[in-house]
Write a protein that binds this ligand. Structure first.
Ligand code: ATP
Ligand code: MG
Length: 523
């Protein structure tokens, strides 16, 4: 059959259209130099900052230095097979990680690959999220208003953290930084019974950066034993992972957390710790020959931490008078970044940076820790700049004077070391202060409910336990909380309601109960 000329043209046209749409141009460059986990690549002149690039055998890399005639890339994963002269493809996208409910309960690396030997994670391409996301804008946020209860008396009473806040945990090595995080995660079980699909359950993400593998395993086992892995994701970039994975892991962990935040859920994320992330970043940047600045860190080290921590926010539920596109579902992302200091030096570069980015800091001190005050929080210099707005009203009332009482106690204590004759009032302040210090001690893995904290602290601040022997205060506390739970369950339930206000009847009830309990306790 002969084709008419017009038909020929239309067939040809179709062919050409098909050809055009299926053809794509690929940017391919060449490895100039490779070593120490970084590669310089020639010929990728269209490459973007942070773009994912592909080496042979599926090894991925990320462009970090865009120079005039080459691109400096860090290699992600096993880089031993990459050689000089290898082709490098640019992909036009940035790194994405899987997110969603399927990630919960799992231990994954910085790219979201499982590390726990429990098989593949059931996520689809739709669950992928880029690890870098812009932080919510001012208009999409609202002030912090709900407590992120940690279950730790010293924090909830004096340095309260609110949902959407960034509270830095800072201290020397082995001062109980990780312990605070583990307890705060365990305490979130009370928000939704540990069921990750419950809308009130706070989802937790623990990001280990440059930690000993044994520490991470320990955290995982402790969370498992407390039933807390049921709502927790562990993103592990421990010390044996490449430096590139270590410094990328917080962004990946945040992307996983944001998936829940953006769905209106409340999320707690801990970065343990950002000092090691900065070390990893410095290492990579020095290998890429970025000019070193203060403490040999590259010039954008502040941005490394600020663009990460700005992603923590309390999103608005509905902003009145504003367009509905600013309704963000009211979710929140609370960050507990950790920074390790050397000899308590908070004026080093990374500590000052992160202090200035966060909304407060919890200082842990080695000498408090060794003198048995655990958690070793230095109440005098720890602050929470926004969390007070989120403290429960009853806790605020009962614990209001605690900080100042403790400060006075410390002052008197220092003073009393010199004098022998002390008047009665001073002696009484001293003995009450010492009991408050005892009362604020708390073991690991035993977070306390709001009600338990309130009744225990009330007993201390109201002077109900001035007669209790100092070394029996801890025993008193445990017994009294149990007594209250057994015999005054209505009051305890009321106090566990976050909106309850403290009133005189409650004070009388606790005072009466305490007197009754003390008769058997002292006997
Ligand atoms: P590193 O600098 O190594 O990360 P860290 O500051 O995270 O240390 P942890 O590992 O949390 O410190 O705690 C150090 C040790 O102190 C651990 O053995 C831990 O069990 C113990 N510890 C922490 N908090 C308490 C506490 N409240 N009561 C008793 N022991 C505690
Ligand atoms: Mg630690």
């Amino acid at each position: 059959m002969e084709l008419q000329p017009s038909e020929v043209t239309s067939v040809l046209k179709k062919e050409i259209e098909g050809f055009e749409s299926s053809a794509s141009t690929e940017k391919v460059g060449q490895v100039l130099q490779v070593g120490d986990g970084v590669a310089r690549v020639y010929g990728l002149d269209q490459c973007m900052m942070s773009e994912l690039v592909e080496f042979p055998d599926g090894v991925m890399g990320m462009a970090l230095n865009l120079e005039e005639d080459n691109v400096g890339c860090v290699l992600l994963g096993d880089a031993s097979s990459v050689k000089e002269g290898d082709p490098v493809k640019s992909t036009g996208r940035i790194i994405s990680v899987p997110t969603g409910l399927a990630m919960i309960g799992r231990v994954v690396d910085a790219l979201g690959n499982p590390l726990d030997g429990k098989g593949a994670i059931d996520t689809t391409d739709a669950d992928l999220r880029p690890i870098e996301q812009p932080a919510p804008s001012v208009i999409e946020r609202e002030p912090v208003s709900q407590p992120m209860a940690t279950g730790i008396k010293a924090l909830d009473a004096m340095i309260p953290v609110g949902r959407g806040q960034r509270e830095l945990i800072i201290g020397d090595r082995q001062t109980g930084k990780t312990a605070l995080i583990v307890d705060a995660i365990i305490n979130q079980k009370s928000t939704g019974g540990g069921d990750p699909t419950h809308p009130d359950q706070v989802i937790c993400v623990y990001n280990a950066i440059g930690q000993k593998q044994s520490t991470v395993v320990d955290v995982q086992l402790k969370l498992q034993a407390a039933g807390a892995m049921a709502y927790t994701i562990i993103v592990n970039a421990s010390a044996d992972h490449e430096a590139s994975m270590q410094f990328l892991s917080p962004y990946a962990a945040t992307a996983m957390a944001e998936r829940f935040r953006d769905a209106g859920r409340h999320v707690l994320i801990a970065y343990d710790d950002l000092t090691k992330q900065a070390y990893a970043y410095r290492q990579v940047m020095l290998l890429l020959r970025r000019p070193p600045g203060r403490e040999a860190y590259p010039g954008d080290i502040f941005n490394l931490h600020s663009r990460l921590l700005e992603r923590s926010a309390k999103l608005s539920v509905n902003a009145p008078d504003l367009n509905s596109r600013f309704e963000k579902g009211g979710g929140s992302l609370t960050a507990l970044p950790v920074v390790e200091t050397q000899e308590g030096d908070v004026s080093a570069y990374i500590p000052t940076n992160v202090i200035s980015i966060t909304d407060g800091q919890i200082f842990l001190e080695a000498n408090l820790f060794y003198s048995g005050i655990r958690p070793a929080v230095n109440v005098g210099i720890s602050v929470s700049r926004v969390g007070g707005a989120a403290q429960t009203p009853a806790m605020k009332k009962v614990a209001g004077g605690l900080r100042i009482n403790l400060a006075q106690f410390r002052e008197l204590e220092a003073f009393a070391q010199f004098g022998s004759d002390l008047d009665e009032a001073t002696q009484q302040s001293l003995s009450r202060g010492a009991r408050l210090v005892e009362l604020l001690k708390q073991g690991q893995y035993v977070p306390m409910s709001n009600a338990a904290q309130i009744v225990a602290l009330f007993a201390g601040t109201a002077g109900l336990i001035d007669s209790v022997e100092l070394d029996r205060v801890t025993e008193f506390e445990a017994g009294f909380v149990e007594y209250m739970t057994d015999n005054h369950s209505d009051l305890m339930a009321t106090l566990n309601n976050w909106s309850t206000k403290w009133n005189n009847e409650m004070a009388e009830e606790v005072t009466g109960a305490c007197a009754k309990f003390l008769t058997t306790f002292n006997a």
